[in-house]
Structures are given as C-alpha cells and as structure tokens.
Design a protein around this ligand. Structure first.
Ligand SMILES: CC(C)(COP(=O)(O)OP(=O)(O)OC[C@H]1O[C@@H](n2cnc3c(N)ncnc32)[C@H](O)[C@@H]1O)[C@@H](O)C(=O)NCCC(=O)NCCS
Ligand SMILES: Nc1ncnc2c1ncn2[C@@H]1O[C@H](COP(=O)(O)OP(=O)(O)OP(=O)(O)O)[C@@H](O)[C@H]1O
Length: 265
C-alpha cells in the first residue's frame, strides 16, 4: 500500500514546513517574545523532524509497498497471471484460497454455513460439498448474498493478516488476487487495479473445459459477476488474455515495469 514513497514524503515535508512558517508568521507576536535560543532552534528543529522521517524511510522502518489488486471474471486467467507473478518472486495473496481455508470444519464460518444452508451441502466426510453449494448460490442471488455475508468478512481478515506478514518480510510489490474486487468495493486495498480480460466465448469455453461444466452452469457463474467489460473500464490497467500465455506475460511485465517506476519516483 501507500507506505511512504519519496514523493509523498517530499509533499508532506513541504506541507509541514509551510505550515510551520505560516504558524510562525501568524504567531509573530509570540515569536517576537520567544527567547533567542527558541528562535534559533525553530527552523533547524523542523528540518530535523523531516530528516528523521526520511531516515526511517531509508532504513526501511517506513516501507514503500506497491499493492496491486488483481481481478477479472471467473476463468479469465487471474491465477495464470498470479502464477507468473509468483515465479518472479512477488507474493500473491489469493482470496479464493483464503475463502477455502475459512470454511474448513474447524472454522466458525463452517458452522454458520451449515446452519444457513442445512446439512445437504455437506459431503459424507463432513467437509463442504463445494459443487452442491455452488449449484445453489450461482442460481440464486439471495443465497449468494447469504454465503458472501458469512465468508467475506473471514476472507478479509485472513488477507489482512497475510498482507501484513508480506509487508514485514520486506516485499516491495504485493498482489491481492480478488475475483470480486469491484463487486465487493475493495479497491481501497490496492494502489493499482489490474483486470485480466477475455472475450465472452473464450471465457465460456475455458471455464467449461477447466471445470467440466455444462454451458448453462458456466453461464450462470459468469453472469453472477460484474460484466468483464465494466471491470476493464474501472481498472488502472487491463491484460488481454485472449491470446497465448507469452503474450499475456509480455503485457504483465510491461505493466509491472511502468507501475514500479511510477511508484518509486
Ligand atoms: C460457491 C463455492 C463453494 C464454489 O466453490 P468452487 O470450488 O466451485 O469455486 P472456487 O471457490 O474455486 O471459485 C471459483 C471462482 O468462482 C467465482 N466465485 C466464487 N464465489 C463467488 C461469488 N460469491 N460470487 C461471484 N463469483 C464467485 C470466482 O471467480 C472464483 O474465482 C465457493 O466459490 C465459495 O465459497 N464462494 C463464496 C466465497 C467467495 O465469494 N469466494 C470468492 C472470492 S472471496
Ligand atoms: N492465455 C491463455 N491461453 C490458453 N489457456 C489459458 C490462458 N490463460 C488461462 N488459460 C486457461 O484458462 C483456464 C482459466 O484460467 P485461470 O484458472 O487462470 O482463471 P481464473 O481467473 O484464475 O479462474 P477462477 O476465477 O475460477 O479462479 C485455465 O484452465 C487456464 O489454464
């Protein structure tokens, strides 16, 4: 996230100094009553505060982190792009994975889901039957909202913890892979938003192939999300993932290089 980049620090320093000067002028009557050592130490004191903040930044106490909110539609290629980032050594925090962990039988969300949807959504071994739950919620907006209301707060908590850990480990870039970044109004979590886009036909055929879904099942899942064209219009950058993997990687590298440069200046 923001951390404190040099540009923000410079702006803060400029604002602080002008604030002090303004206050100094406003209080000139007081200022004229200050003793000589108070007058002499005033401006160097301000300078020392600014240098102190700068030092904290330079030794890494204040870290500058670029947080990217990666999103898209179901099967548009978010995980494919996230895996490319992981290969580059960039930590990825994946909302789908956190959502899976949050509904394990030992977790509080599990009990709430069973209470809300009944034991019919359980497998014989007691775990959630994800296919059965999916069949319910992707065809019924009220049920989807009910499930989201149980799972999403847990996912947000888990992601915040992981993000803090990634920041502490000194990561300069962090990817938050959040399928519902725009739907759930979570863009404030990221400095930049990146949408992985594909056209409808490609999305449908990749989803049907990957999950062995019927056309109807796949369409219900796609329609349960904000249209990809709307997400693309809201994003800071868009990766066109209709073509081959290499072309997708080329676009990713270009965007990362641009954003890294912008964030550091
Ligand atoms: C309904 C569930 C059990 C289906 O599980 P399944 O293993 O089939 O799918 P998986 O979790 O891998 O999700 C695949 C994709 O479906 C889409 N999706 C999942 N949940 C939702 C939802 N509530 N609304 C819209 N799209 C969703 C996302 O694009 C996601 O990447 C599961 O998706 C779930 O618990 N969803 C609610 C939590 C959630 O919103 N997860 C998304 C990220 S927070
Ligand atoms: N450029 C590409 N060319 C061909 N196949 C691709 C490409 N990008 C992704 N795929 C395939 O499309 C499918 C969906 O991709 P991926 O799993 O990355 O999507 P996702 O957005 O993470 O999906 P979900 O929303 O379900 O988590 C996968 O089977 C993947 O291998």
């Amino acid at each position: 996230m923001l951390g404190l980049s040099p540009i923000y620090l410079s702006l803060a320093a400029a604002a602080m100094s002008s604030g002090f000067v303004y206050a100094g002028i406003k209080c000139s009557s007081y200022f004229s009553h200050w003793r000589w050592f108070e007058k002499i130490s005033f401006f160097p004191g301000v300078l020392l505060i600014i240098l102190g903040i700068w030092k904290l930044y330079s030794i890494g106490v204040i870290i500058m982190v670029l947080t990217i909110g990666l999103t898209g539609g179901i099967a548009s290629g978010k995980s494919t792009v996230a895996n490319m980032c992981k290969e580059m050594g960039i930590p990825v925090i994946d909302a789908d994975i956190e959502a899976r962990l949050a509904v394990e039988p030992s977790e509080p969300a599990y009990r709430k889901i069973v209470e809300a949807f009944g034991p019919g959504i359980l497998l014989p071994n007691g775990e959630l039957d994800r296919q059965a739950l999916g069949a319910l919620i992707f065809h019924d907006v009220a049920k989807r909202n009910l499930l989201n209301g149980i799972v999403h707060p847990e996912v947000r908590k888990r992601m915040a913890e992981k993000r803090e850990a990634a920041e502490k480990s000194g990561a300069e870039v962090i990817i938050l892979d959040i399928p519902l970044l725009f739907e759930s109004k979570l863009t404030h979590l990221a400095d930049r938003t990146l949408v992985v886009q594909v056209d409808w036909e490609t999305q449908l055929s990749r989803l049907m192939a990957r999950n062995s879904f019927s056309k109807e099942e796949a369409e219900a899942r796609i329609r349960s999300q904000m249209p990809l064209s709307e997400k693309a219009a809201l994003a800071d950058a868009v990766i066109d993932n209709n073509k081959g993997i290499e072309e997708t990687k080329r676009q990713l590298l270009e965007i990362l290089a641009r954003w890294r440069a912008e964030h550091v200046i």
